[in-house]
Design a protein around this ligand. Structure first.
Ligand SMILES: Cc1ncc(COP(=O)(O)O)c(C=O)c1O
Length: 398
């Protein structure tokens, strides 16, 4: 009896995998998971053709910087390939502590904890602190890792309209004044390119005693002094309790960080399951991130070039009449409104040698189906011209 029960469930799950509509569509149209044959900076080779990469998040263009590559190589030789375990079980390494101290100092915090993925850092920035019975106020458009953190925390979640202080005020007013509250927002929203309305939002959070978690994966390296991020951009560092982010974007590595007061970080090290039970970030990835962090401070030209490229790119899209959802940053969506319009647009760009990514509902709100693009400091003028020609061609295909 027990055996047939398990067999039946196994078959049901196999059928679920086989019959999944989204997977069938993905395999039919093949817009994702392309295996590039080569990459050099913002040029990738796909099916033997060189293409401009317009969807990765190498904002400062440091992923091929000789100093970053050399730092990664030296760390591999000195420390080997992997930490092969969690820090709580086989110890931290000096390079973990060194990068944590450097990030903490850079963003004006007492302490920092790094992990092997931005997803882990941002998820645990919510899940480690909020508990059942708490109330989390969440912007409707936050990243999936923050939603996962919310779900794991078992707290009650109240959503407010994207980047709307007015709605936050109304939603928060309806919660119990005695509840322990957390606010969860992003600094720069990754799909929309919007900058959080931090002055108004943090003022409301403060009035209600909210513990504020800011995911600045797309603001770090892009906004603020030398790329210190969104809180620094507004001069509001002291209004954010936990600042988390990714090292896979401006820091040209992989991994994530959480920066906060020392007691908050030590609490996370005790209570975050993602930290306690997951292997530490590898030596070369830490070294690459650290080299990039140093370059953010010693070579301001990358940040300047990023914004110069972003301005040119946005002006070009505007001249073609494309809707960029009022993006204010190098993360620039091209909103086309339905998957029937997004797919041919994406195909046309591909045909003209420009690689982008489609984002369709439910990954974005209904009616906001889009092509997600991101500008890098590494894009050359020649590549921007190629992108402009491809966009003009794709517009004609609509
Ligand atoms: C807002 C935001 N937070 C966190 C992450 C996760 O970072 P990573 O991809 O480095 O794990 C991302 C990445 O897409 C992101 O956009």
């Amino acid at each position: 009896m027990a055996l047939s029960f398990f067999t039946k469930n196994k078959k049901a799950l196999l059928a679920r995998c086989r019959d999944d509509y989204a997977t069938k569509m993905r395999l039919k149209y093949a817009p994702y998971y392309h295996a590039m044959e080569a990459q050099r900076g913002t040029t990738v080779r796909l099916d033997g053709r060189d293409m401009v990469m317009l969807s990765s998040n190498d904002y400062l263009g440091l992923s091929f910087h000789p100093k970053v590559i050399e730092a990664g190589r030296a760390a591999l030789l000195k420390w080997g390939t992997s930490t092969t375990g969690a820090r709580i079980s086989n110890g931290s390494r000096a390079f973990h502590v060194e990068l944590e101290e450097k990030i903490a100092a850079f963003v004006g915090r007492e302490a920092c904890h790094i992990s092997a993925a931005g997803y882990i850092s941002c998820l645990s920035s919510v899940a480690s602190f909020a508990q059942k019975g708490d109330v989390i106020l969440a912007d409707k458009n936050i990243h999936s890792c923050l939603w996962d953190g919310i779900r794991l925390s078992m707290a009650t979640v109240e959503r407010f309209s994207h980047n709307s202080p007015d709605d936050l005020r109304d939603v928060i007013a309806a919660t119990s004044p005695d509840a322990t509250k957390m606010l969860v927002i992003e600094g720069v929203y990754s799909m929309e390119g919007h900058i959080a309305r931090l002055p108004e939002i943090t003022e409301i959070a403060e009035e209600h005693g909210c513990f504020t978690v800011l995911d600045d994966a797309h603001g770090f390296g892009v906004l603020g002094r030398q790329g210190r991020g969104t809180a620094d951009h507004f001069g509001l560092n002291d209004k954010v309790d936990v600042l988390c982010g990714s090292m896979s974007k401006s820091l040209a590595s992989t991994g994530g960080f959480v920066a906060a007061s020392r007691e908050v970080i030590e609490y996370l090290r005790t209570n975050s399951k993602q930290t306690v039970f997951s292997a530490a970030i590898s030596p070369s990835q830490v070294a690459c991130a650290q080299a990039s962090l140093e370059l953010m401070q010693s070579e301001p030209q990358h940040l300047e070039k990023l914004w110069a490229n972003t301005k040119k790119y946005r002006a070009m899209l505007k001249s073609l009449g494309l809707d960029t959802w009022e993006s204010e940053t190098p993360a620039v969506p091209i909103v086309l409104g339905s998957k029937e319009r997004v797919y041919p647009f994406w195909k046309a760009l591909l045909e003209k040698g420009v690689f982008t990514v489609m984002s369709i509902a439910p990954a974005v709100p209904a009616g906001k189906d889009l092509i997600r693009t991101a500008i890098s400091a590494m894009h050359t003028d020649e590549q921007l011209e190629k992108i402009a020609a491809a966009m003009a061609y794709a517009v004609k295909k609509l």
